[in-house]
Design a protein around this ligand. Sequence first.
Ligand code: FE2
Length: 288
Amino acid sequence: MTVHSPRGVERLITGQATTDGAGVKLKRVLTQELQRRLDPFLMLDNFASDDPDDYIAGFPDHPHRGFETVTYMIAGRMRHRDSAGHEGLLQNGGVQWMTAGRGLIHSEMPEQEAGVMEGFQLWLNLPGRDKMCTPWYRDIQSAEIPEFTTPEGVTVRVIAGASHGIQGAMARPADAYPTDPLYLDLHFPPGGAIFEQALAAGHNAFTYTYRGATQVGDTAVPLHRMAILDNRGDGVRLQGLAGDTAARALLIAGRPLNEPIAQYGPFVMNTREQLMQAVEDFQRGRLA
Ligand code: FE2
C-alpha cells in the first residue's frame, strides 16, 4: 500500500489540563470546540501520572447517553461496573469499548494504590438513529488486539478499522456503524522510521504523540500534541523523530456524521429537547 498524496497538518493542539470524575487529573486533548472539526469524535482525554493523588479518586457512578466511549489503558488497572450488572477489569494494553446508547450508569475506578496509571478515553458519536440503542460493551484484553510490525520496524496495534490488511479488534460493518472508526497505536523504533496509512477521503483524522516526538507530513509534532490532519490526500505519512526515546502516537480517523451536536456533560444528542429528556430520565432513575 502506498500513500501517493499524504495529508498535511492543519493545526497543532496542546491539551488542556483539567480534572474530571472525583478529581482525576488529565489532559483534555480534544475539547468541545473541536467537535465539529473532528466529527464524529467528541472528546479525547489523556491521563498519565505516577502520583496516586492524581488518579485514585477515579470516576464514581455517572451516566452516559448517545455516544460510545473507548478507553485504552497503556499502564495501570481500572475496574468498571455498570447499572446493568456488568463488571470488568481494564489492564495494561487493553481496551473497553462501550456503546452507551440510550444510557447507563457506570463507574471507572483505579484498582491500584501506587504506580503509573496511563491511558486514553475517546468519545465517538453515534448517529441520531442509534442514540437510543441498547447499551453494549466489550472488554478487549491486550492479547486480543491485532498487532504487526512493518519492515521499517514500526509496531502497529490495530484497535479499530484496518491497517496494511490487518483487521482491528473492532471491525464493524460500515453500513451498520457509519462512523467507520480507525484507531491505531503506533510504536516507532528510535531512528526515524516512517509509517504510512491510507485514509478514506472525507474522513476526519488526527494524531496524538504520547512518547518522544513525531513528524506528520512536513510538520514536527512534539510530545503531547494533537495534529489535526487536513482533508486533502489519500493517507498520512508519520515518522518517529530520531532520538533516544522511541516515539509513540495514536492515529484516529472516522467518517463525519454531519448531524447537529447537542452536549450537556455526559449526554450527547442532536437537540436540546433530547438533552432535557436525558437529564429527566437520569433524575427519574430511568438510566439505572
Ligand atoms: Fe464514563
